[in-house]
Design a protein around this ligand. Structure first.
Ligand code: CTP
Length: 399
């Protein structure tokens, strides 16, 4: 699997940098083209010459970062990479990557690459468990980066703790897994909606709902990682925007309808994970409604467009059904009424699934009425399972 693949090996300045020599050696022996990129700090722990001799290739270090052609070369390197591996990754590098800082070669490559990025942190356990480091790791994971957990054991400080770089075999296994990741949605155009719409009452108030957008974001990231070209129509979501995805921000159901109608024109699939409001105030007050005006306030609500029902076309159509009772029956009804290929039903009365949870318990129902009931899983895993089904249908020539 590694044969003839370009693996960019990023080495940063930690005591475990010497172990990267073994990793570079084993990857080279397996037939990979190993392009080493070292931070300046890394060169204090292990010499570029050692790595050049092992990989038989020029080693990139920040010491040469003056001529502009080098930066061009790094874009080329980012594009050629089948995978980027950073081992060891210091807390400092993780923090830089999390904020997108690209003031060194490694940062530039990571920012520019579309290849999977695998990070093996190695550091003092206090630094590893520090909430800032953990927050950075969580943010990078959300962007699709893979992390290899450091191992527990004796650290350079002499103390024992969690922070050791795992052995070469473990790192290679993670690289192989990333390389083997399905690209089964390559060049498919998928439109995903996420979040909940807000329908204004006056300049300061709105009617909204509890959708967090997590399921739609997980779907966008999973589809992107499987090679799809993703357009994400997001309504009032506060999550970090996924990289490599076209994001269109909307507020109301009408705006969402307009965005979706435009985006589906060339799409292969539409996945409506958003919760558009069903009603909107008939009149939006131009000025803030004052409470002195009356003891009670009556709002007249009119229906919003039912996006999924109204936006039809030659693409796969996947809906969601957030239900609190008669889950399967209600979902099947929506599948037929909205002319869907699949509907994903979930029980919103449970706290571990549905609104704002990181996990979900879904039932995928197809046009034949067959229901696939899945156990509790992360929203990312649930997204993968939904995309497996989308892929299955697309493979049969669409609808
Ligand atoms: N949906 C839509 N436009 C709306 C409301 C819902 O496109 N105005 C989509 C949702 O994104 C979801 C599916 O329709 O994929 C079902 O949404 P849900 O709220 O469960 O169903 P409704 O049709 O709104 O029915 P009800 O609220 O009465 O259960």
């Amino acid at each position: 699997m590694l044969k003839n693949k370009t693996i960019v090996l990023g080495i940063t300045g930690g005591i475990a940098a010497y172990k990267a020599v073994d990793l570079a050696s084993k990857l080279t022996q397996a037939g990979a083209r190993v392009e080493v990129v070292m931070t300046e700090a890394a060169t204090k722990f292990v010499t570029p010459l050692t790595l050049r001799n092992i990989t038989h290739r020029q080693v990139v270090t920040d010491m040469y970062e003056t001529a502009s052609e080098w930066s061009e070369e790094h874009i080329a390197l980012a594009e050629a990479a089948a995978a980027v591996v950073i081992a060891p990754a210091t807390a400092n590098t993780i923090a830089r990557l999390a904020t997108g800082i690209a003031d060194n070669m490694l940062g530039t490559v990571v920012l520019a690459t579309k290849a999977p990025v695998i990070i093996a942190p190695a550091m003092n356990d206090a630094m590893y468990t520090n909430s800032v480091t953990q927050k950075n790791i969580t943010a990078l994971k959300a962007r699709g980066f893979t992390f290899i957990e450091p191992e527990y054991g004796r650290l350079a400080s002499g103390k024992t703790g969690k922070g050791r770089l795992p052995d070469t075999a473990t790192i290679i296994k993670a690289i192989e897994k990333a390389l083997g990741q399905k690209q089964d949605l390559k060049n498919k155009r998928i439109v995903v909606t996420a979040g909940g719409t807000r329908e204004p009452i006056d300049p300061v108030r709105h009617i909204g709902n509890r959708s967090s957008g997590k399921m739609g974001y997980a779907l966008s990231e999973a589809a992107r990682d499987r090679g799809a070209k993703v357009t994400l129509v997001a309504a009032n979501v506060t999550l970090e925007e996924p990289s490599g995805v076209d994001v269109i921000k909307v507020k109301t159901a009408s705006e969402m309808k307009r965005a979706v109608s435009g985006a589906v024109k060339k799409a292969d699939a539409l996945i409506m994970a958003a919760a558009p409001a069903d009603y909107q105030p008939e009149i939006i007050a131009e000025a803030k409604i004052k409470k002195e005006a009356a003891q009670t306030l009556t709002l007249k609500l009119v229906k919003t467009p039912d996006i999924l029902r109204e936006v039809q076309g030659d693409f796969l159509r996947v809906g969601f059904a957030a239900e609190s009772e008669n889950i399967i029956a209600n979902a099947k009804k929506k599948l037929i009424e909205k002319r869907l290929d699949l509907i994903v039903a979930n029980d919103i009365t449970k706290t571990d699934s549905g609104f704002d949870a990181d996990t979900n318990r879904i039932i995928i129902i197809d046009k034949k009425g067959k229901a696939e009931k899945l156990p509790l899983m992360s929203k990312r895993e649930a997204a993968e399972r939904i995309l497996d089904r989308v892929r299955g249908l697309a493979g049969q020539g669409g609808r």
